[in-house]
Design a protein around this ligand. Sequence first.
Ligand code: LM2
Ligand code: CA
Length: 443
Amino acid sequence: IAARTTPGDKPVIIQLFQWNYASVAAECTEFIGPAGYGYVQVSPPTESISGSQWWTDYQVVSYTLTSKHGSRDDLKNMIDTCHAAGVKVLVDTVWNHMAGIDSGTGTAGDSFTHYSYPPTWDTSNFHYCGTPGNDIQDWQSRTQVQTCELSNLADLATETETVRAKLAAFGNDLMSLGVDGLRLDAAKHMPTADISNIVGRLNPQPQYITQEVVAGDGDTIQGSEYAGIGDVQEFRWTTAIQKAFSGGGISSLQSFTDSQWTDSAHANVFVANHDTERGNAAASLNVNSPSNTYTLANIFALAHPYGTPTVLSSYTYSSVDDGAPNGGTGSCYGAGGVNGWLCQHRWTAIAGMTGFRNTVGSAALTNWVSPSSDRIAFGRGNVGFVIINNDDAAWGATFTTGLPDGVYTDVISGSANFTVSGGQLKTAVPIRDAIALHVGAKA
Ligand code: LM2
Ligand code: CA
């Protein structure tokens, strides 16, 4: 198979966590398409266990496309509507496992017990790795990570023809509805040979694949192994950003990856996803982080050339298990959210930086300056320039931008105008704030 790493000329993905499909469709038309986002990533579409918690999605009962997010028709309508708005659709796809609870009835009415999910799977289709409870105990054992259970979730024998064929049929059902790409859940828990085999059976081939591989330096399984299939989510980036913006200093962020990280061309990065914002999988910033750091980090993510950026769009909660408000009907208004929805993708700075990213494309990082640990400024070729001041004092300076002379509208505030003269910008950036100019946003 050919690696599915090219997200196209509109590379920014929004993870619309727990948004139902009707509300995704409406938001594609109203905001996401016009704002220039390339992709929405939606929560898993298959039959799952019943319940109000968001994580029921990851306990698959069958591949019938009836979930709390909508019906098969709702999914199809959303794909068509988003396409008409110029937005592609990524589906969070669970191939590694089925439900982990003892028994129940799924969202499409199918009854199941652990290891038996008629009419799809019976007890012969799973791994029983032999550890207590068949759970992963040694996270440095490749065999355990890939054939034992993640949190009791029944682990499919993805090396077998029967399992591969049915997972590919599920994938092809999604492709037949017009799905553009996949986020492969728990990819680390499947050998690359199994994923490659299943992906190889998809027709048409997905345009983009991003794989969840949570890896630390020195871990037995590294994300780079998965780069031949598609992009890999680089959680070390997420944690490095959290540390840098939380006091560690951002001056090190010009080029901060190490050789074990997935390389830029195969990395998918985010300040937070649905797991990390809740303190799972990897340390990250979240909406409650102090001093505007969450927004500043998202600005950095969209400005810096490393990886393909995903913006999380999520909701407030009192318990980490809480499902989405309003039955998953996402609602935004103006530059924010309502009814508990955060609508990060509408925040002026984040939407503005999506335009910046689209404009700068793959232009090289230029004109880097960092006079102190919490202050950085850099350009992208001669088409964009960003200044990030994560310091508790204003930063007054004259910056060499590389930009053509003219008057630009700062895409962080969406309103302030700045003059570049002789390639220079003379300004003072307020405390814990940023300025970003690009040639697509001249005043
Ligand atoms: C993922 N990627 O590999 C998802 O990003 C992550 O959100 C999923 O965990 C995980 N893998 C499995 O797909 C979530 C959630 C867990 C939850 C599982 C399954 O973070 O807390 O586990 O989904 O629903 C829950 C209970 C857990 C229980 C398990 C099985 O929290 O205590 O384990 O269900 O019943 C006994
Ligand atoms: Ca597995």
